[in-house]
Ligand binder design. Structure first.
Ligand SMILES: Cc1cc2nc3c(=O)[nH]c(=O)nc-3n(C[C@H](O)[C@H](O)[C@H](O)COP(=O)(O)OP(=O)(O)OC[C@H]3O[C@@H](n4cnc5c(N)ncnc54)[C@H](O)[C@@H]3O)c2cc1C
Length: 396
């Protein structure tokens, strides 16, 4: 809806950021009467064909079901989705491993692996076909005005203003919208970088994911299609530039060595990508006519692959609360609606966030005592059923 004289557009929900979570959230209103607008700073060309960014996203069954309900899953070619059947966690050079098997959750696999650029591509494909969702791309949200009781508004870099009953920000873990609303976040810099890339290897992965916790770095592999894996190396910041710069031949050798020749010969496909390991947890998820979702709410450490999965859980909760309010004729921007979302998401996110950060600290600690503790934990989780079950629950 456009009030052309005032250069204002009026909507029920305005979403800032068309990343995977922002788009998935907007797709959730397909069969509603709500008018949704989504604002993205990237161009349409990039949204239509997102570049490979080295991230291969491990999805839980719950996430796959959400994407099915949103009408996105059917677009993703089955041959580009890989099934993760088993996951093994190893400590240092010890041969002992903690294992999670698909049979333990009574499913045909533990989860799925899909490259991030494909997820984004097919989310966008779905979004484009929705009649009640307007996408404005190539513009930045530059300010938010939440002073009015009846509505909130956002100012765009192209001079336009959007009025909405509810503003939802999904503009990354370094969310500017969060700062504009005066909401701060707990931030932790692990002083490490995660180097991700795709590699081809001589021996098959048998659809098993591996995580090797070495003394100052972690080395993981996620099984993709054919004899290819997503290779994830977490290294201290000062050594990461060397690993990024060495030529492909040396890099292949280095990774092959890190895996103890486990996969035989390994060969880099495409480029390497480096991400700083900074986690964020927003002190509030909601404010007056405002909510944070996705990484803007909780920016997880990628080592346990929960970020997008948690983002989907959050948007599922918020969408349900909004639809529930609409049915009862309740204003969707009211605290009574938004606080329910906040409480429910905290309940899921706090344990995941703290345990992930704890695991990362423990498993990259080089002290002898820490090494012993982690060896003990691997065995304890394997043998004490309730603990292992807690980890497996997340995958369902
Ligand atoms: C190496 C790596 C591996 C990962 N692996 C996994 C995994 O296996 N499983 C998993 O579940 N998760 C994983 N994640 C996490 C996952 O990638 C993120 O949780 C997910 O991308 C978050 O999506 P988002 O939409 O919230 O934010 P983002 O992807 O950061 O998107 C934010 C969007 O907002 C836009 N934007 C920002 N500011 C503005 C503005 N002012 N105005 C307009 N638009 C704006 C940006 O252009 C962008 O499109 C991984 C992350 C990394 C780094």
């Amino acid at each position: 809806m456009m009030d052309s004289k005032k250069n204002k557009m009026i909507f029920d929900i305005a979403v800032i950021g068309a990343g995977p979570v922002g788009i998935a959230f907007a797709c959730g209103f397909v069969n509603s009467n709500l008018k949704v607008i989504i604002v993205e700073k990237q161009t349409k060309k990039i949204l239509e064909n997102p570049k490979i960014d080295g991230r291969e996203i491990a999805l839980t069954h719950h996430s796959a079901n959400i994407l099915k309900e949103l009408g996105v899953w059917r677009y993703i070619p089955a041959k580009l989705i890989s099934a993760i059947k088993e996951a093994r966690v190893l400590n240092g050079s010890s041969k002992y491993f903690l294992d999670f098997k698909h049979r333990q959750i009574q499913k045909e696999c533990l989860g799925y692996l899909i490259p991030n650029n494909l997820l984004k591509k097919y989310l966008y494909k779905r979004l484009k076909n929705l009649p009640n969702v307007t996408l404005v791309n190539g513009v930045n949200c530059i300010s938010i005005d939440a002073a009015n009781k009846e509505y909130s508004s956002i100012q765009l870099s192209n001079g336009k203003k959007i009025k909405a009953s509810l503003i939802v920000a999904s503009d990354s873990r370094f969310s500017k919208a969060r700062s504009m609303m005066g909401i701060s976040a707990f931030t932790r810099d692990f002083d490490k970088n995660m180097i991700v890339c795709r590699m081809e290897h001589e021996k098959p992965h048998d659809n098993i994911a591996y995580e090797f916790f070495r003394y100052s770095q972690t080395q993981a592999s996620l099984p993709y299609i054919k004899k290819q894996s997503s290779i994830v190396t977490t290294v201290p910041k000062d050594t990461s530039s060397t690993l990024m710069k060495i030529n492909n031949k040396k890099f292949n050798k280095e990774i092959q060595h890190n895996f103890n020749n486990f996969f035989g010969k390994m060969k880099l496909i495409g480029k390497r990508y480096s991400y700083p390991m900074i986690t964020t947890y927003s002190k509030k998820f909601v404010a007056h006519r405002f909510a944070l979702i996705g990484d803007a709410a909780v920016g997880m450490h990628p080592v346990t692959a929960h970020g997008f999965n948690l983002g989907l859980r959050g948007l599922e909760i918020l969408t349900k609360e909004i639809k529930f309010a609409i049915k009862r004729n309740i204003d969707i921007g009211l605290p009574i609606v938004l606080r329910k979302y906040q409480t429910k998401l905290h309940r899921i996110a706090i344990p995941l966030y703290l345990s992930t950060n704890g695991i990362v600290s423990l498993y990259t600690n080089t002290a002898a005592s820490a090494m012993l503790v982690r060896q003990f934990i691997l065995r304890a989780v394997n043998f004490i059923k309730p603990i292992k079950q807690t980890f497996l629950e997340v995958l369902k």
